[in-house]
Design a protein around this ligand. Structure first.
Ligand code: GSH
Length: 239
């Protein structure tokens, strides 16, 4: 099968985009990138909303060899599509023959993707600021609280499932979704000390090449100051 040219609309600090970037690197699937600057509200442009009416990233677009245009506007369906469309790449879901392992991965994925991320999203934080009467600290306080709740839930569930990684000793979709959520939480000052499993799994994945290449510090649209600052933080073990 001829590999279509895959175009990912992405933002360096978007955890949902990082899931897709990391999975693509892990599987060796080349992506081309189009950058959507969320803080400048480029996701809200009429042109972008034609592509993705949810006004969010990531969006994956490509044309199949038979000429069909395909657009996928949700990160988890993109990850599942990678599993199915590129079956000969390293798989991030246990096989259907292991339904109880497979559902563990999906359960953890959903703690982050359905419970944590939507309530800490940029649009939500903008709404929190408005509702608080414009109090500058309100969005950060909100984000931190919900990130802690989500990661603590993940920690409790993964405590039973995890080995080296979130489910056993194989890297899975759960790890791909967890790592950018942890990095977002660290930026908000969340302390991982009480979350032993999350911390251990994150420490185990963060050095893997695909996770490094997919993270917010190594993107074409990562501003230089974050890149430099974070390389220093990395070397001093702060991230
Ligand atoms: N359920 C969607 C969520 C996408 C999403 O919320 N993306 C964030 C970045 S991680 C975004 O684009 N936010 C823009 C905004 O809130 O205005 C997915 O998994 O793709």
């Amino acid at each position: 099968m001829e590999q279509p040219k895959l175009l990912l609309h992405t933002y360096f600090r978007s955890s949902c985009s990082a899931r897709v970037r990391t999975a693509a690197h892990y599987k060796g699937i080349p992506l081309e990138y189009s950058y959507i600057h969320l803080l400048s509200s480029q996701q809200l442009s009429e042109e972008y909303k034609l592509r993705n009416p949810s006004a969010s990233v990531p969006t994956l677009s490509f044309t199949t060899s038979s000429g069909q245009s395909v657009t996928i506007r949700q990160s988890i369906p993109i990850l599942e599509f990678f599993e199915e469309y590129f079956p000969n790449t390293p798989q991030l879901l246990p096989p259907p023959s292991q339904p109880t392992e497979r559902v563990k991965v999906r359960e953890l994925v959903n703690i982050i993707a359905s419970d944590l991320q939507p309530v800490t999203n940029l649009r939500m934080l903008r709404g929190v600021k408005k509702l608080s009467g414009g109090r500058e600290e309100a969005p950060g306080e909100w984000a931190k609280e919900w990130m802690i709740r989500g990661l603590e839930a993940y920690d409790k569930v993964a405590e039973v499932y995890a080995g080296k990684y979130s489910v056993g000793d194989e890297v899975s979709m759960a790890d791909v979704v967890l790592a950018p959520a942890v990095e977002g939480a660290l930026r908000y000052g969340v302390d991982l000390e009480g979350m032993k499993t999350v911390k251990r799994v994150y420490e185990n994945v963060r050095g893997l090449e695909a996770f490094r290449k997919g993270d917010w510090r190594h993107q074409g649209d990562t501003p230089a100051e974050f890149r430099v600052q974070d390389e220093q933080e990395c070397s001093t073990g702060r991230l």
